[in-house]
Design a protein around this ligand. Structure first.
Ligand code: AMP
Length: 534
């Protein structure tokens, strides 16, 4: 088996690898590093989690160790599709270049141009950037790309999804044609193939196994159910999600919940929080500082549930995630692989649950044909009464509120969110894992998010980078009616009501014909009082 010491890396790099506790290179590292050190172009078809970042970082540090940085002319360039990924690459450089004097700059949106300009002016060996921000610096005349000897394109398939390919082509053209190119993509779409044919010279092609087929440490499960009413799908999925998390008990040490749309990320996170779960959202529309804070909290274990969009979580290196919950079946089958690949890493065990409703059938088939297996079906958590799942407040309270009376009684677990309005607490049913937030604890960081003018809002391209993923935006275009119906349910006054019946709805009218409702809604009993969710 190849060892790092067999790889002709700079001794200072070997020392840093050993400091980091790594002994043997991963397959992509063992195969890519020798070619990269020879100065050859590399085309790596590999996903995150395979060790691909080090497969380009280690040879780059070794090669760059021999020269010196010049003002405004970076010697190497790494392009990543999102700020988080770029920041992650920068962290890798910090780790592996710590015994060298190499300098780096990270050019991402949400950080002031001034600071970044200063670094570039001084001269950097490694420039790590998102494509939009890099071109903004270039257009401001602050940056010359003619000194780039090594250029890395990371997660090219995601660049394609995000519409960055024209930018990438332009950046390629701004760098010398003699440069060495290290190009990584999880898949080889025709457009990606075209780019590699145009800009790479006789690359060493290295392909490592797909994560989903390689990782046998992930237990997958699919909870397929039919909502009691079509327009209650969103509400009932949230109830299923809560129940699934609770049922996993203490084995669920931390989890990422994936939603297809940014706006659902916010609502699901808020809903989980209001039910006493320690959850926060992350998606492309949040302020960069907020995103960083949330990710740091998830990494250090102080945040247990990260509710995420695909773009925000793609490629993020969070080593020990015990559970993945797909709140939505992803509409792009490869996203399923990326999502579940966030767990079961480095030989650890992981579980990935997907919640699906009948309208997901087409997407589900695409996923199952991609992963070449049927995802094992998991029964709906026992005793779930979906017909009443959307009620976030005890029934009496809803009635009195809707009649305009003052509310005095209340719930406990959502107390942090509603403490100012409510004081006493009914007993929620709690799983062992369930950790109610103390009343005086600060609310999860997302609450602080607000729109404030950002420096990176200046340019059109930056605006695009801020909105991150065109696909997400497209996915967000739901019918107004669908959203309105959901909002009504979220408020709890549509979930358990029928037009014209006022507050005195007989229970039997609310029951589903498909799922037999137990006498008392368990979900409702455990449900804390909340404010409006939507
Ligand atoms: P990446 O695919 O670059 O996101 O890396 C995934 C994870 O693997 C990161 O946590 C790395 O720190 C880790 N890693 C990278 N190289 C090795 C290695 N040779 N042995 C063990 N873990 C590694």
């Amino acid at each position: 088996m190849t060892k790092f010491s067999d790889l002709a890396l700079d001794p200072r790099v070997l020392q840093a690898i050993s400091d980091a506790g790594y002994e043997t290179p991963t397959p992509i590292q063992a195969q890519a590093i020798p070619h990269a050190l020879e100065g050859r172009d590399v085309l790596g078809i590999a996903q995150t989690g395979t060790g691909k970042t080090a497969s380009f970082t280690l040879p780059m540090i070794t090669i760059l160790g021999k020269g010196r940085a010049r003002a405004r002319m970076p010697r190497s360039l790494v392009l990543a599709p999102t700020r988080e990924l770029a920041a992650q690459v920068a962290e890798n450089f910090d780790t592996y270049a710590k015994h060298t004097k190499l300098t780096k700059a990270l050019l991402i949106g949400g950080v002031s141009f001034g600071e970044q300009d200063k670094l570039i002016d001084r001269g950097v060996d490694v420039l790590i950037a998102t494509p939009g921000r890099l071109l903004d610096h270039f257009e401001r005349g602050k940056l010359l790309l003619t000194g780039v000897q090594i250029m890395v394109v990371d997660e090219a398939d995601r660049m394609l999804d995000m519409g960055f390919i024209p930018d990438i082509e332009r950046i390629f053209q701004l760098t010398p044609f003699t440069r060495q190119t290290l190009f990584f993509s999880a898949t080889m779409a025709p457009e990606i193939e075209r780019i590699t044919n145009t800009f790479l010279t006789n690359p060493a092609k290295i392909e490592v196994a797909r994560q989903a087929t390689a990782s046998t440490t992930i237990t997958q499960g699919l909870v397929a159910f039919t909502p009691s009413r079509k327009d209650r799908s969103f509400v009932e999925k949230r109830a299923v999600l809560r129940q699934l998390i609770n049922d996993e008990g203490e084995t669920c040490t931390n989890a990422i919940v994936f939603c297809n749309r940014k706006m659902d990320v916010d609502v699901v996170a808020k809903s989980l929080k209001s039910h006493g779960f320690n959850a926060a959202p992350i998606h492309g529309d949040l302020e960069q500082s907020q995103r960083t804070k949330t990710l740091d909290a998830f990494r250090d274990g102080s945040l247990h549930i990260l509710v995420a969009s695909d773009v925000a979580a793609r490629g993020l290196d969070i080593p020990a995630v015990s559970h993945i919950f797909n709140f939505d079946v992803p509409s792009h089958p490869e996203d399923y692989i990326h999502r579940i690949g966030r767990t079961g890493r480095a030989g650890r065990m992981g579980k990935a649950f997907t919640i699906s409703v009948p309208s997901d059938g087409k997407y589900l088939s695409a996923i199952e044909s991609l992963v070449k297996m049927e995802i094992p079906r998991v029964a709906l958590p026992e005793g779930m009464d979906l017909a009443n799942a959307g009620t976030d407040r005890p029934r009496e309270e809803r009635s009195s509120r809707s009649r305009g009376k003052a509310v005095t009684g209340a719930s406990g677990v959502a107390a942090a969110a509603t403490a100012s309005r409510r004081s006493t607490a009914p007993k929620p049913r709690q799983s062992r894992w369930f950790r109610p937030r103390p009343v005086d604890a600060p609310a999860a960081p997302v609450e602080e998010t607000r729109a404030k003018p950002r420096e990176d809002r200046r340019g059109g391209r930056e605006r695009r980078e801020g909105s991150e993923d065109r696909r997400e935006v497209r996915d967000e275009r739901r019918t107004g009616r669908e959203r309105r119906d959901e909002r009504r349910d979220d408020r709890g006054n549509g979930g358990g009501s029928v037009m014209g019946m006022g507050d005195h709805m007989p229970d039997f009218l609310l029951r589903s014909f498909k799922i037999e409702a137990p006498a008392k809604d368990e979900a409702e009993e455990e449900t804390p009082a909340t404010g409006t969710e939507a």
